[in-house]
Design a protein around this ligand. Sequence first.
Ligand code: HAM
Length: 422
Amino acid sequence: MKDLRAVRGMQDLYGLDSYQWNLVESKIKKLFADFGYQEIRTPTLEKKEVFSDSVGGDTDIVQKQMYQVQGDSEETLVLRPEGTAGFMRAFLEHRLYESNRPERFYYYLPMFRHERPQKGRLRQFHQFGAELLLDPTPEADAEIIYFLHHLYQFLGVQEYQIKVNNVGTPQTREAYKTNLREYLKERWDDLCDLCKSRFERSVLRVLDCKNEKCQALVQKAPSILESLDEECRKHLAGVEKRLTHLNVPYEIDPLIVRGLDYYQKTTFEFTSSLLGAQSALTGGGRYDGLSTRFGGKPYPAVGFGLGMERLMLVLQTKQLLPSALEGPFVLLAPLGEAALDYLFPVAFQLKAQGINCHLAYESKNLKQSLKLADKLQATYTLMVGDDELAQKKAILKRMTDGTQETLSLTDIQEEILRRSSK
Ligand code: HAM
């Protein structure tokens, strides 16, 4: 037998799950609109260099997590592992910088990373991302962090920590890396094998290694904050001032260096104890230098990526999602052929007027129709049989408490519409 199940780490989404996702997605899209962000959708496939030249050749994403696809001739395409690089490619391609004023974009797109799947970690996952361009101020960073804080609060989630850092400029970071290497070299035997292999090419990743011994080491390591120049220090102070202004609870954590190379100055993460080992709800930061890696001028930029699967896990744990699909407002129960003839066009007229109704032509009798109304969680059931037709009447039953009333057959659409708009 062929194994045609879904690819490992990739999920089908349907029924109640899809209903819950849609509710959350539409709330988030509304927030983006309220905060003045317009949507951008970039293609799923990009040229490999879009990521290798920007996310960084030594990062895990580029080294081992990208899905490759053979493009035309020699070109290699990859499935998008993250949103920022493709966004910057589009920003430059469409010369969006020509507006000379801050530009706010958001995206909601699937991402693909060949990682080891576990709770909250998939190979196809979905990110809401925001990118705020052409604004170099600390206020822009605070806006991005405030937006997320507001978003989680708005959705009813309070269980998260906001960790903020400043990773300096490429120049200050090189000096810091040299310091860090010197410190770690003297403690070489305490480093895990992975960190030993990271030592030359990506020593900053040692700072967020999960290994206990490495964690103990980095607690006492020189702090990246001590290596900052005057401008970065001022920028960090500005971000702190504005976050305090907006009552955003945050802590400074010099270990938030992030696994992508394009960040400068501000970096941040939202983590939640309600998630397991994969505790990062959102990550982001400033990436003023990224456009130059594409051959463009330097354009100031700051943004975040929010994992939808992890957000949904938190909302599920907190029981903040509806536990059933929304049922029809009214189930129309025709009892006999003549009643079906009468109700068939009525059902479609109601649908056309925005009423979620279900015509139970599959039910054989009243008992089956009422059972179906319960199963679908209909608010009302409208019953019409031969007797009712003869008397030009219909019976409307409210399913929550069983109360019944008799309506004039000619008024049923009006009566249902009136009840639905209450
Ligand atoms: P990132 O930290 O790689 O940043 O990903 C952002 C978020 O995506 C994570 O905090 C997590 O919630 C979710 N995520 C990442 N990998 C997985 C996975 N395998 N399964 C499920 N969820 C995952 C970025 O991608 C940057 N582009 C963010 C950014 C935008 N920075 C500036 N602008």
